[in-house]
Design a protein. Structure first.
Length: 139
């Protein structure tokens, strides 16, 4: 498994930090955003909360740009310099064929996570229902 498949800019699964856990799926979010078309890093960072709206704050910019470089090194995206606008050149990121494959893999993994969480919730509800004392006012 490539490093960007582990994800994220901070959470390797060992962390108990709430902020990091919220962004466990940063890599697939970036791939999903780039599926719509090329974008600048700052634009991607600003749009992350739209993909995962429950998260309070996106990752810090330094961590995020390191993640972009890692995903690029893995071959899932490519970048080039945009010099068409006034001001300093900005790096534009685009999804590669390998990135599309990774996005499909992530989609399947997330679907499996959802199914597992639903099974957990069903088991929890069943256990909680058995745990409740009988209603004493019914007699």
């Amino acid at each position: 498994m490539r490093s960007s498949e582990h994800d994220d800019g901070g959470d390797s699964g060992r962390s108990t930090g709430r902020r990091q856990a919220r962004w466990r799926f940063t890599t697939p979010a970036v791939l999903l955003l780039l599926h719509a078309g090329p974008a600048h890093g700052y634009d991607l960072l600003a749009r992350l909360p739209g993909v995962f709206p429950r998260a309070a704050e996106p990752p810090d910019p330094g961590t995020f740009y390191r993640l972009l470089r890692t995903i690029e090194a893995d071959g899932a995206l490519e970048s080039s310099w945009d010099t068409t606008q006034g001001g300093p050149a900005r790096r534009v990121y685009a999804l590669t064929d390998a990135g599309r494959e990774q996005l499909e893999w992530w989609s399947l993994q997330i679907e499996r996570e959802i199914e597992a969480l639903q099974r957990f919730q069903a088991a929890y509800r069943a256990a909680a229902k058995q745990e409740r004392p009988a209603d004493s006012s019914a007699t």
